[in-house]
Design a protein around this ligand. Structure first.
Ligand SMILES: Cc1ncc(COP(=O)(O)O)c(C=O)c1O
Length: 377
């Protein structure tokens, strides 16, 4: 790298922190001064505020997005002998949650435009053991919830939405006024969110959330996060130690009022990339559809060039990431257990995520795209 060369990370959390630093410091001090570190007042307050934001009856803070999925599945009564339909094209926590409650993930291929589960292929995967569908709103774009809910209703299946990457995104479908405009995670029985620091609503450590409108599921989830007890020391079932940390809840309370502005910032960045990439042959850019909150900005690089392009960009100071190089059904943990899915296999060789964060400046984006164009042969 020459001394004048630019250096662009895949994500920069510092501008956001600096814009809210004083409020964050105050919130942390307030918790430290109170000494209420476990299930302190900020947890309940955050749960109430986030439930209102999402438009759901219950929001239950947990330790991580992974735990939100595991506890969500357990609350739905899913376990050994059951099958859950999901996408191969996601982070392993999706399938891992299903396997870890003793059920079997059944992988249904994705649609190449949305990167999300293809509802047209779901019905063929339903068996007598199928209990639920777990769509993932990958990269911040809602899956086709109209089609998924229709199939779930028809076959008596539950829907648990993996919203780890989609906090604040909405599902839009002009032909379905009942669901259109709803927050992802509030359409199925359960929504599971992650507050991992890099997520759209990120804590400064691990955190997660379960959203539901169902009183019984909420009660079960609250029990499961606290060692299976409704009342302290009266444990009724095997649960987990999966409380949302009070410091993280206090931090998230500062951040929540800003989330729509930050997601708008991501959409602005995505629109600028879209315009810039229109002049770059050989790449397919993701459309800026309504409700998409661009947790990742992921392009497709065809013709077997992706890895070389990523390496060339890296050498010129531009960080990129590959989400995900191996579909879940092909991971060593499931070796030989599944027939692989064509679109997921193809996209694992083509996807390339470019730098994105709400405050990313357009002149830096222009340089990213210039380096990308130069790296394509
Ligand atoms: C799609 C998806 N599901 C689940 C998770 C798990 O979230 P956490 O890291 O908070 O456990 C992640 C996090 O990266 C994710 O991207």
């Amino acid at each position: 790298m020459s001394p004048t060369q630019i250096k662009v990370p895949i994500l920069d959390l510092k501008p956001q922190y600096h814009s809210i630093k004083a409020e964050i410091r105050d919130a942390i001090d307030r918790v430290l001064d109170s000494g209420a570190f476990i299930m302190g007042p900020d947890v309940k307050l955050f749960e109430a505020e986030v439930a209102q934001y999402l438009g759901v009856k219950h929001a239950i803070g947990v330790n991580s997005g992974t735990d939100a999925l595991v506890i969500g599945l357990r609350a739905l009564g899913i376990g050994a002998g059951d099958e859950v339909i999901t996408t191969p094209f996601s982070f392993f926590a999706t399938a891992e949650s299903i396997s870890s409650v003793g059920a079997k993930p059944i992988f249904v291929d994705i649609d190449v435009d949305s990167f999300n589960i293809d509802p047209h292929q779901i019905e063929a995967a339903i068996t007598a053991k199928t209990k639920a569908i777990m769509p993932v709103h990958l990269y911040g774009r809602a899956a086709n919830m109209t089609a998924i809910m229709e199939i779930a209703t028809k076959h008596g299946l539950k829907v648990i939405e993996d919203c780890a990457q989609s906090f604040g995104s909405q599902f839009y479908d002009a032909a379905n006024p009942t669901l259109s405009g709803k927050q992802t995670g509030t359409i199925g029985e359960i929504g599971a969110y992650s507050f991992f620091p890099s997520k759209n609503l990120g804590a400064y450590g691990d955190g997660g959330l379960i959203a539901t409108n169902d009183d019984n599921l909420a009660e079960m989830a609250r029990m499961l996060r606290a060692h299976g007890a409704k009342k302290k020391y009266h444990n009724e079932i095997l649960g987990y130690n999966s409380r949302l940390d009070t410091l993280q809840a206090a931090i998230l309370r500062v951040k929540l009022p800003h989330i729509d502005k930050w997601n708008q910032g991501r959409r602005r960045v995505a629109q600028i990339y879209w315009d810039l990439l229109a002049n770059v042959p050989g790449v397919t850019a993701p459309a800026v559809v309504d409700g998409h909150v661009f947790h990742q900005y992921t392009i497709r690089v065809a013709g077997g060039q992706r890895d070389a392009v990523a390496q060339a960009m890296n050498e010129q100071g531009i960080s990129t990431m590959i989400y995900y190089p191996i579909p879940q059904d092909k991971l060593p943990v499931y070796l030989g257990q599944y027939d692989l899915q064509a679109n997921s296999e193809l996209l694992a060789t083509e996807v390339l995520s470019l730098p994105i964060w709400p405050e990313l400046e357009s002149d830096i984006q222009a340089q990213v795209v210039e380096v990308l164009a130069r790296s394509l042969t």
